[in-house]
Design a protein around this ligand. Structure first.
Ligand code: ATP
Ligand code: MG
Length: 225
């Protein structure tokens, strides 16, 4: 869990797409600009206008791992990803700021026409496919509903359509993907946004460099709440 070495620039771990895009204004608020676009560039290490800050582009669910091991000093990850990660690998991550970016909802969804309430009240075991097994397990346990959880890594929407599961637990923002696949959200599991996460050793050894960035992100994101 050692921090990146002192002669290196600070390293911020991000995933491309939504989180990268919505982080750029937060960096700009700290006076930092990025010219390289990870969507078109194949570079995984991206310099910034600050000599003391570089970005690494990793898979969304890998961001906490890079930060936890100190390969990145800090990172930005959705609460969905963080919740699953922390359940399996507790410790080592400090989560100082909710950045209010990449907002969406974690929902239970079923095929249109599937009587979810009846299925739940009958007490039969519900088959639930999801990437978010931890959040799903806790959600249904709190409701007292027995579930068989089926772990998937993507395209959860397909599962109820082909009989793999009765329900899915997945992220919803506009609902467009659900609608296109004849699914409906029937319950909210959690409201999701992304948090800044910091390696605990980095926070101690490089706080003079990190703290101004944490503060700038914090101020810029407060306006997004
Ligand atoms: P991968 O595409 O690498 O399999 P992923 O699908 O989890 O991983 P993204 O789609 O880039 O990765 O999502 C990254 C994060 O953005 C999610 O963990 C979540 O916090 C947030 N997010 C995902 N989908 C939405 C959405 N529809 N609206 C808003 N935020 C979202
Ligand atoms: Mg994706």
């Amino acid at each position: 869990m050692s921090p990146a070495s002192l002669d290196k620039p600070l390293t911020l771990a991000l995933s491309k797409g939504r989180i990268f895009d919505e982080t750029m204004p937060l960096l700009a608020a700290a006076g930092i600009h990025v010219t390289e676009n990870p969507e078109s560039s194949r570079k995984l290490i991206i310099p910034t206008s600050s000599e003391n800050l570089q970005l690494i582009i990793v898979r969304a669910s890998d961001v906490p791992t890079y930060v936890q091991y100190g390969a990145a000093d800090f990172g930005i990850a959705g609460k969905d990803v963080l919740h699953e990660h922390v359940a399996e690998h507790p410790g080592g991550l400090y989560q100082p700021v909710d950045l209010n970016i990449a907002r969406c909802r974690l929902c239970v969804a079923v095929r249109r026409g599937f009587d979810y309430e009846a299925a739940v009240h009958q007490g039969a075991r519900l088959r639930v496919a999801t990437k978010y097994v931890q959040a799903a397990r806790e959600h249904f346990a709190a409701k007292g509903v027995y579930v068989d959880l089926i772990k998937l890594y993507g395209s959860m929407e397909l599962a109820p359509l082909v009989g793999l599961a009765d329900a899915i637990v997945d992220l919803v923002s506009t609902g467009g993907t659900l609608k296109a696949n004849n699914l409906v959200a029937v319950e909210e599991v959690a409201q999701i946004s992304s948090r800044l996460i910091v390696n605990q050793a980095s926070l101690k050894t490089r706080s003079a460099e990190l703290q101004p960035l944490i503060d700038a992100f914090s101020r810029a994101s407060a306006g997004l709440a």
